[in-house]
Design a protein around this ligand. Structure first.
Ligand code: PLP
Length: 439
């Protein structure tokens, strides 16, 4: 009998590819969550995508609620984005020189957000890694504060877990990260003002920056309590530390101005540095960090803090990002918000009907469903979600043609292409999934 956590792969093209992938790639995937380890079974290998739909190598269609983990705000293969990308590709794919699309995309981002200047990189990981280096270089301090459950990419210093007992500084969150990389990191519970005040009181003059997801989406959606981001920004300022808001997931997704459009703009404050990724790359590897002009001017070649990248500001990626942002009008956000509302209400109804404890949480157009009593304020609360029940829920949705994130701790993403038909497919599947989860 097979002892592997995975059942034998079914005789499908996805199953066959997964088996071949296992032979040449660790776990058969190039990013762990894709492997279905949290839900079991065989990931569907996708051959093509259009609008709100994915088509797998066996010819099955799915309504896509992953949207590439956030980037595909307009849906897949948007005709206008594709036309501009194809024209860009025809002009050559990378020159290693400055280009016009970089300037245009930077201008678009500066116009939409509170950042004065941006620097492009190729992934969200690079953006947060570079922002932290810049914060350390600017302040001349070393300590970084982060929150448990916030993911900022696989940056050594941020793959850190809170030390147990009396250990104030963090411990490595994975083998391969040396203790020396996390001994300057402090990990706090999210939404906990007292914990923030305490570490700043004790270590304030050593703290280079506090980095937080602008509204966490990587432990499921756990919005900041009202005024929390402002409190963080003010606390940092009071102690001469920088406030780094990670908008890799929320930027240009939860509103056209990201999470800052929901709190900072209304309340009249701004982060010192912000990181972006996902939507701003239009489905290509592009990300950015930006912020206050005096901080950004410390960056090489203007200033002494080194940072660089062969493919940074790549002309195809920046063309795709620019096309996406230009097409991301208020109507797009209104449409996604309305579709999200319909699905949130239906999911809650379906789970209520079967008597399963749940809470649906959202920030802007981004939401997730926790199978636990709410509210979910931090990582400890999120960890109480019923992961086995979610696995059953997930597979019941998949069988009915809806590709949810294969993990209970992720946001569900929609796009401008999720029309009534796509939403109806989700609504039709939800009661079955709720029954499967409750069984
Ligand atoms: N920051 C946040 C908030 C993210 O959600 C992610 C990725 O999911 C990252 C950083 C890392 O981005 P990337 O996967 O492009 O390295």
């Amino acid at each position: 009998a097979p002892t592997d956590a995975h059942p034998p792969a079914p005789p499908t093209a996805s199953g066959e590819l997964f088996a071949r992938a296992h032979a040449v790639t660790p776990g058969g995937v190039n990013s762990p969550v894709r492997a279905f380890n949290a839900v079991g079974g065989t990931p569907r290998f996708i051959r093509s995508a259009s609008g709100a739909r994915l088509t797998d190598v066996d010819g099955n269609d799915y309504v896509d609620l992953i949207c590439s983990w956030g980037p595909m705000l307009l849906g897949h293969a948007h005709p206008e984005v594709m036309a501009q990308v194809q024209a860009a590709v025809a002009r050559g794919t990378s020159y290693g020189t400055p280009t016009e699309p970089e300037v245009l995309l930077a201008e678009e981002i500066v116009a939409r957000t509170p950042v004065d200047k941006v620097r492009f990189v190729s992934s969200g990981t690079e953006a947060t890694m570079s922002a932290i280096r810049l914060a350390r270089g600017f302040t001349g301090r070393d300590v970084v504060v982060k929150f448990a459950g916030c993911y900022h990419g696989h940056v050594d210093a941020l793959l850190a877990s809170a030390g147990s007992g009396l250990a104030t500084f963090a411990v490595p969150g994975t083998p391969g990260v040396p203790a020396s990389s996390t001994e300057l990191t402090l990990v706090l519970p999210y939404n906990d003002r007292a914990a923030v005040e305490k570490v700043f009181a004790e270590h304030g003059d050593r703290i280079a920056c506090l980095v937080t997801e602008a509204s966490p989406g990587n432990m499921g959606v756990v919005p900041p309590e009202p005024g929390f981001n402002r409190f963080l920004a003010e606390t940092c300022t009071r102690h001469g530390a920088l406030f780094v808001s990670d908008e890799v997931m929320t930027g240009f997704r939860v509103t056209r101005e990201g999470q800052w459009g929901l709190d900072g703009k209304a309340e009249g404050w701004r982060p010192d540095l912000i990181t972006y990724g996902k939507v701003m790359g239009g489905g290509f590897p592009a990300a950015a960090f930006g912020g206050r002009a005096d901080v950004m001017s410390q960056l090489s070649p203007e200033g002494p803090v080194y940072q660089a990248g062969t493919l940074s500001g790549n002309p195809v990626a920046t063309t795709a990002g620019l096309a996406t942002l230009r097409l991301a009008t208020d109507e797009v956000y209104a449409h996604i918000g309305a579709a999200a509302e319909t699905i949130k209400v239906a999911a809650a109804e379906a789970l209520t009907t079967v008597g399963l404890p749940h809470v649906v949480q959202a920030t802007g157009t981004m939401f997730s469903v926790f199978l636990t009593e709410g509210p979910v304020r931090d990582f400890e609360d999120a960890s109480r979600t019923d992961a086995p029940a979610y696995a059953a829920f997930f597979h019941a949705m998949l069988e009915r043609g809806v590709y949810l994130p294969p993990s209970a701790y992720e946001a569900w993403f929609l796009s401008a292409a999720h029309d009534d038909r796509a939403v109806q497919t989700v609504l039709d599947a939800l009661p079955h999934a709720a029954r499967a989860a409750a069984a």
